[in-house]
Design a protein around this ligand. Structure first.
Ligand SMILES: CC(C)(COP(=O)(O)OP(=O)(O)OC[C@H]1O[C@@H](n2cnc3c(N)ncnc32)[C@H](O)[C@@H]1OP(=O)(O)O)[C@@H](O)C(=O)NCCC(=O)NCCS
Length: 195
């Protein structure tokens, strides 16, 4: 299968933030930005893959700054990494205040997409041709992020697979919560203290 360059599928989606996108605080709903990010990731992924793509997971969605009504939001999407059937699309989001002529960076996120064939099964994507040092940096960073996520997922599964009150209750110390167990019982009444 012939490779495709990063440039081949780079996509920019720009949309004006209209008043109906605002939340009760007058800023743009996070969900609107997420939906635009998904669209940008989809367009970029399908260009590279040449096949229909689905979103499998999203990493690193932090809204660093609020987006205002009237801002022109631009989402730059690039394929950062390809596996066999999956690809990681990096999205860089900026919001431009067109009146003030100022641009702020609102977030970066990484969408893992999987290409599907006409049989609805994952299908191979073309290799990625890395022409710039920046392409190489992003590809390597994606490999590291993937391996870090695999380790973190395994750790999370292990940590959250069972809840052991006698071992975990101390985590509530200093937290802004209070326990009100049914019947007015205290923790020590319900569980035997560990020796
Ligand atoms: C994505 C999907 C096709 C994966 O199916 P699967 O049976 O696990 O397929 P595979 O095991 O062959 O995995 C396919 C690829 O997805 C990757 N993948 C699967 N689950 C993943 C996850 N949670 N995170 C990142 N990558 C994942 C695999 O690593 C593999 O990549 P590779 O071929 O590059 O090595 C399937 O889970 C699906 O269709 N999910 C629904 C997606 C969807 O509808 N999204 C829209 C949002 S509602």
């Amino acid at each position: 299968m012939e490779g495709r360059t990063v440039k081949f599928s780079q996509t920019t989606l720009t949309e004006l933030m209209i008043p109906s996108y605002a939340n009760f605080g007058g800023k743009i709903h996070g969900g609107i930005i997420l939906s635009l990010m998904d669209k940008a990731a989809y367009a970029c992924a399908i260009k590279h893959a040449g096949n229909y793509c689905v979103t499998v997971s999203v990493d690193g969605v932090d809204f660093l700054q609020p987006v205002e009504v009237g801002d022109l939001v631009s989402l730059k999407a690039s394929v950062n990494y390809v596996g066999r059937t999956s690809l990681v699309v990096g999205i860089h989001v900026t919001a431009e205040d067109v009146k003030e002529n100022s641009i702020k960076h609102t977030n970066n996120s990484y969408f893992t997409m999987v290409a599907k064939g006409t049989d609805d099964k994952p299908t191979e994507v073309p290799p990625l041709i890395l022409e710039e040092m920046e392409d190489i940096r992003r590809f390597i960073e994606a490999i590291k992020r993937k391996s870090f996520r695999k380790e973190a997922d395994a750790k999370m599964r292990k940590t959250f697979s069972k809840f052991i009150p006698t071992e975990d209750f101390h985590l509530l110390n200093g937290q802004r919560c209070e326990t009100r167990l049914s019947g007015g019982k205290e923790f020590d009444d319900l569980f035997e203290k560990p020796d």
